[in-house]
Design a protein around this ligand. Structure first.
Ligand code: CBF
Length: 788
């Protein structure tokens, strides 16, 4: 349990003795680090107690292997979960500082690209809140996702540098280090298969404790940093080759240097595969070491160890675990496959073909020769078990990581009901036929501690006042708010909280150059920029709407602020053009004297977790407009609904479940279904037909083409009126209609607030605590424990 010493004294203590600073000269970063150390001290005891309880009760541990953990800032999470907000505020007030400024000084750890990484971060927090013994395993990237700025409307990338200052949360573990090899050869020696790598690096562990709600339990996020085997080549140095002397270190460190800035393509293939093997192999060795410190029978492994593969990035875990069990522990390969499968499970996060990982057999054989052999053995074993099948782990000279992960997992899950069904019908159709019990659904969720309690203190206070604070770790209690949707006093308070959040955001946007009216509707689309997410549909509709307003400015329009946020992968040219177009449209519309008071476009740069925490509480309309069948789940959609935003969306991903729960009358549906999308694509000239049928769409596209927003956007127009794979043109008319429905509804503010309250009240199911309980029950077969 947290220690009972005075937080203010502890902050002063750390300022002086850990940072060597006199309070009179301390900068904001010193105060923030001092607070972080004081908070960390309070986490260590529950952390140790959790570990002791797991050993004492022989608990099953869950290991979550993920290339990405988009954790953002950690300090506020920890302060909130320990219930120390008031104390921390008071401690800083005494020094004439604001806690908000101190918390705001923390760098946003962007160790992930988007949804998949943020989901992993929510899961870590929920695992601790629930008391499920667990480790997150990943890479300690020196540089997370790039920083985004805009120059003349275009995205500029610069390196992210979260580690240039001390990272207060981690503990370096030089003793927890493993040698990870690559390349080399495989031989049979004395009846044993021996892999002798030709190069190796050291994986060294850095541990961050993750504290759950009320400090009841803490798990570990263990991130691996790559270090050279030989720190420095003294011979080369002495020979005057100073650069060469540092080469081994540079080469090794490259592995944990950068997060790949794209979650849908696999550039830099060799390095990416090295990263994947590096962290997976280190994690598996760590897992086996811990297991063997407690048990001496490897057959117990599936009873005591659950390993979740977050997408296929760690799918090499299958062959590597087989190798460890067979080659290093002497188990027959078939038995090793069975034991490994008992431990492993795999989450699929996308059906986009370009994101389904494949590695050339040549590269695999070169980098991981023993693993390539084992992949062939796994394939052969799978063929023996399923003689009628036509599935293979390889295709056209490539290893297919999806089928490999599937074959090596006892459970495979999708991340929303629709996505899971589509998995069964498309990418894993045949594997599902062979193993009909293997695929299960676990709809994603988000942690309410971060996404409501911390991010939206005004709404949280109102909820707590109305129904008590039990909702924080039992989010379905929000349903108790439902009757209050009909209580005018509650609705007014709800609307006032939203209005205050909007005023804060308006100030933030104003400070960054876009002045907006806090009484206008705040309409938000924040996520990675991608064609399937269709930010271009949104901006084209914005143009069409602007043109209508301009035709008749006095027609009683509902004032609106269209807010965008998101980064494009540096090599994704089309996505970058969309960013440029949004900014170009903003420049024209925002300075239009006829319409400026009715329509604004804001695009704050460098969207990240911290910015999301600012935008979501202020949002009234949530744009979830992906082409049906393409967004596996989404989690932003859940955060918005919980914070009382209404959704305009397609029947895609978890939107379907959100609509079912909040009620069709509290959701603005538009667009084709996944089945209709498939059929529509087969219609010859579908885009042109849609454009011919809708003069508004034609006019908006003509404006872009004719240079109303500047030159250089023909690519977008050509795409939307040509191949239009993501069916922007075909869904436009219905989207435009839905947006007008939104405005009609918004015009009655009180009725809108009622719908917003119902969205909050009915979204409790989207807690990541519920998702984790689902994994524990259906996938990991694990139990929660209580710390001593
Ligand atoms: O499941 C978490 C998220 O993962 C993605 O971001 C991904 O990287 N594949 C999907 O695109 C999201 O739909 C999903 O919510």
């Amino acid at each position: 349990m947290p220690t009972k010493t005075d937080l203010r004294d502890d902050i002063q203590h750390h300022l002086k003795y850990s940072l060597g600073k006199d309070a009179g000269h301390a900068q904001i970063t010193d105060w923030r680090l001092a607070l972080s150390y004081a908070i960390r001290d309070r986490i260590v005891d529950p952390w140790f107690a959790s570990t002791r309880a797991t050993y004492a009760q022989k608990g099953k541990r869950v290991y979550y292997l993920s290339m990405e953990f988009l954790i953002g800032r950690l300090l506020e999470d920890a302060v909130v979960n320990l219930g120390l907000m008031d104390e921390a505020e008071a401690a800083f007030k005494a020094n004439d500082l604001s806690l908000d400024d101190v918390l705001g000084d923390e760098p946003d750890a962007a160790l992930g690209n988007g949804g998949l990484g943020r989901l992993a971060a929510c899961f870590l927090e929920s695992l601790s809140t629930i008391g499920c013994p667990a480790y997150g395993y990943g890479i300690r990237y020196e540089h997370g996702l790039f920083k985004q700025s805009f120059h003349e409307g275009r995205q500029i990338e610069s390196p992210e540098d979260w580690l240039t200052q001390p990272h207060a949360w981690e503990f370096e573990r030089p003793e927890a280090a493993f040698r990870i090899g690559f390349g080399g050869s495989v031989e049979e020696l004395g009846g044993k298969t021996v892999w002798t790598p030709s190069e190796a690096v050291i994986a060294e562990a850095f541990d961050t404790p993750i504290i759950g709600w009320e400090g009841r339990w803490a798990n570990t996020l263990r991130l691996w940093a790559a270090k050279p085997e030989q720190v420095f080549d003294l011979d080369r140095f002495n020979a005057g080759d100073y650069y060469g002397a540092a080469e081994p270190e540079n080469l090794a460190r490259t592995i944990s240097r950068v997060l790949y800035p794209d979650d849908t393509t696999d550039e830099g293939k060799r390095l990416r595969l090295k990263q994947e093997f590096f962290f997976t192999a280190a994690s598996l060795r760590d897992i086996l070491r811990r297991f063997e410190s407690e048990y001496d029978d490897l057959e117990l492994l599936p009873q005591k160890v659950a390993i979740q593969l977050n997408d296929t990035h760690p799918a090499i875990a299958g062959p590597e675990l087989v190798r460890l069990l067979a080659d290093e522990k002497g188990m027959p390969v078939e038995k090793a496959i069975e034991i490994a499968r008992g431990c492993l499970s795999y989450t699929n996060h996308t059906l986009l073909p370009e994101a389904l990982e494949r590695w050339s057999e040549g590269l695999m054989r070169d980098l991981l020769p023993r693993h390539m052999q084992l992949i062939e053995e796994i394939d052969a074993a799978h063929a023996r078990e399923n003689p009628s099948r036509g599935v293979t782990m390889t295709d056209d000279g490539d290893v297919l990581m999806g089928p490999l992960a599937f074959a090596m997992a006892h459970k495979v899950n999708g991340v929303s009901a629709l996505h899971t069904e589509l998995m069964k019908e498309t990418v894993f159709e045949e594997l599902h036929r062979l193993h009909p019990d293997r695929i299960v659904n676990q709809t994603n969720g988000v942690t309410p501690r971060r996404w409501v309690l911390s991010a939206n203190p005004r709404l949280s206070a109102l909820i707590t006042e109305a129904i008590g604070d039990g909702w924080v770790d039992d989010l379905e209690r929000l349903s108790k708010l439902e009757p209050m949707a009909d209580d005018k006093t509650f609705r007014d308070a709800f609307a006032a909280a939203k209005r205050a959040n909007k005023a804060d955001l308006a100030n933030y946007l104003g400070d960054r150059g876009t002045n907006v009216d806090p009484d206008a509707m705040f309409d938000v689309q924040i996520k990675r920029i991608h064609e399937y997410k269709r930010q271009h549909l949104n901006i084209i509709e914005t143009i069409a709407h602007w043109q209508e307003i301009k035709d008749n400015p006095g027609a009683g329009w509902v004032p609106r602020v269209k807010i965008f946020g998101g980064k494009a992968a540096p090599g994704y040219v089309f996505a970058k053009e969309i960013i440029h177009l949004i900014n170009a449209v903003a420049e024209v519309i925002n300075t239009d004297a006829d319409t400026g008071h009715l329509l604004k476009v804001a695009y704050p740069a460098n969207y990240n977790v911290t910015l999301a925490e600012r935008l979501i509480p202020a949002a009234e309309l949530s744009e979830q407009i992906s082409t049906a069948g393409k967004e596996a789940s989404g989690t932003g959609n859940m955060k918005f609904a919980l914070n009382g935003a209404l959704t305009v969306g397609t029947l895609d991903g978890a939107n379907v479940e959100i609509r079912d729960l909040v009620g069709a009358e509290n959701f603005f549906l538009f667009g084709m279904t996944a089945d209709e999308v498939v059929k529509r694509r087969e219609v010859e000239g579908h885009a042109q037909k849609a454009i011919d049928a809708d003069p508004r769409l034609k006019r908006a596209l003509d404006a872009i083409r004719s240079g109303t927003f500047g030159p250089g956007f023909e690519g977008i127009v050509d795409n939307v009126s040509g191949p239009d794979y993501f069916l922007v043109a075909s869904d436009f008319t219905d989207f435009y209609r839905a947006q007008r429905e939104v405005e009609k509804a918004y015009a009655d503010q009180d009725a809108w607030t009622r719908m917003a309250v119902l969205n909050t009240a009915r979204s409790g199911w989207f807690s990541s605590d519920r998702t984790i309980r689902g994994y524990m029950r259906d996938v990991w077969y694990s139990e929660a424990l209580a710390a001593e």
